[in-house]
Design a protein around this ligand. Structure first.
Ligand SMILES: Nc1ncnc2c1ncn2[C@@H]1O[C@H](COP(=O)(O)OP(=O)(O)OP(=O)(O)O)[C@@H](O)[C@H]1O
Ligand SMILES: [Mg+2]
Length: 212
C-alpha cells in the first residue's frame, strides 16, 4: 500500500515522459506483488483453516467424477486457446458413484491445480486425460499429460512450498503444496511418476466415505 501510494503521489508531480513510463512499470509491479502476497496468505489461511475444522460431513462427500467435470468445463477455454485437449477417460463408468472423503470446492481446486500444471507443460495438439480408478476402499484420480516430464532436480521437493521449475512455472509454487496438505488432511496421499508412453502422471488417492 505504501509503495503504491508513493507511486501515485509521484504521478501527480511534473515528470518526463520517460519517467512516467518507469513509474507505470513500478505501479504494475507493485500491483503484481500485492496479488502474489494475497495468494500466499490465502494458501496459508487454507492450511490453518483445514487443520481447524476436520469435521467433514459424510452426507456432503463430493463425487470425484462430478468435480472432474466441473474443472473440465472451467478450464476448457484455457485448453482451447493453447490447442491442448482436456478429456475424461472414456473408460470411466459415468453412471456410478465416485464419492470420496473431502469437500467439494477444495477437491475441485486440487484437480484444477493439477490440470493447470499439466496444461502449462503440454505442447499444442497433445492431450491431458483425467482418469478415475476404483481401488476398493479408495479412489485414485490421475491427471496424465504428454509433456516433457519432471525436471530431476525438482522431483524430490515438488510438494514443498514455493518449489518451482525453470520452465513452465505458474504463479508462486504453491499449487502442489496446497494439493498435498489438502489430500493428506483427508487421509489420502498424492504423488507423481513418469508415464510409459511419455509425459507425467500426477495422482492422488482418497478414501471412500464410510457407508458408500
Ligand atoms: N505436469 C507437470 N509436468 C512437468 N513439470 C511439472 C508439472 N506439474 C508441475 N510441474 C513442476 O512443478 C513445479 C511446482 O508446481 P506448483 O503447481 O506447485 O507450482 P507452479 O505451478 O509453478 O505455481 P502455482 O501453482 O503457484 O501457480 C512447477 O513450477 C513445475 O516446474
Ligand atoms: Mg501450479
Amino acid at each position: 500500500m505504501g509503495i503504491k501510494g508513493g507511486f501515485e503521489l509521484l504521478s501527480s508531480e511534473p515528470i518526463s515522459d520517460k519517467g512516467r513510463k518507469f513509474l507505470e512499470i513500478g505501479l504494475r509491479q507493485a500491483n503484481r506483488q500485492e496479488s502474489l502476497i494475497r495468494e500466499i496468505l490465502q494458501a496459508f489461511s487454507a492450511e490453518l483453516e483445514s487443520f481447524k475444522s476436520f469435521h467433514l460431513d459424510p452426507e456432503k462427500s463430493p463425487d470425484a467424477l462430478q468435480a472432474a467435470k466441473e474443472v473440465l468445463e472451467a478450464l476448457l477455454p484455457a485448453f482451447d486457446i493453447n490447442q491442448v485437449k482436456l478429456r475424461i477417460d472414456g473408460a470411466v463408468n459415468q453412471s456410478r458413484s465416485w464419492k470420496v472423503v473431502g469437500e467439494k470446492s477444495r477437491l475441485e481446486r486440487v484437480i484444477s491445480n493439477l490440470a493447470e500444471n499439466a496444461l502449462r507443460h503440454s505442447s499444442a495438439n497433445s492431450t491431458v486425460t483425467i482418469r478415475l480408478i476404483d481401488e476398493s476402499d479408495r479412489i485414485l484420480v490421475a491427471i496424465d499429460d504428454e509433456g516433457p516430464g519432471i525436471a530431476p532436480e525438482l522431483a524430490g521437493a515438488l510438494f514443498q512450498k514455493f518449489a518451482q521449475g525453470k520452465k513452465g512455472r505458474g504463479k508462486i509454487g504453491l499449487g502442489l503444496y496446497f494439493c498435498r496438505i489438502t489430500v493428506e488432511h483427508w487421509g489420502g496421499e498424492i504423488g507423481h511418476h513418469p508415464r510409459e508412453e511419455g509425459g507425467t502422471r500426477f495422482w492422488f488417492r482418497l478414501p471412500k466415505p464410510q457407508g458408500n
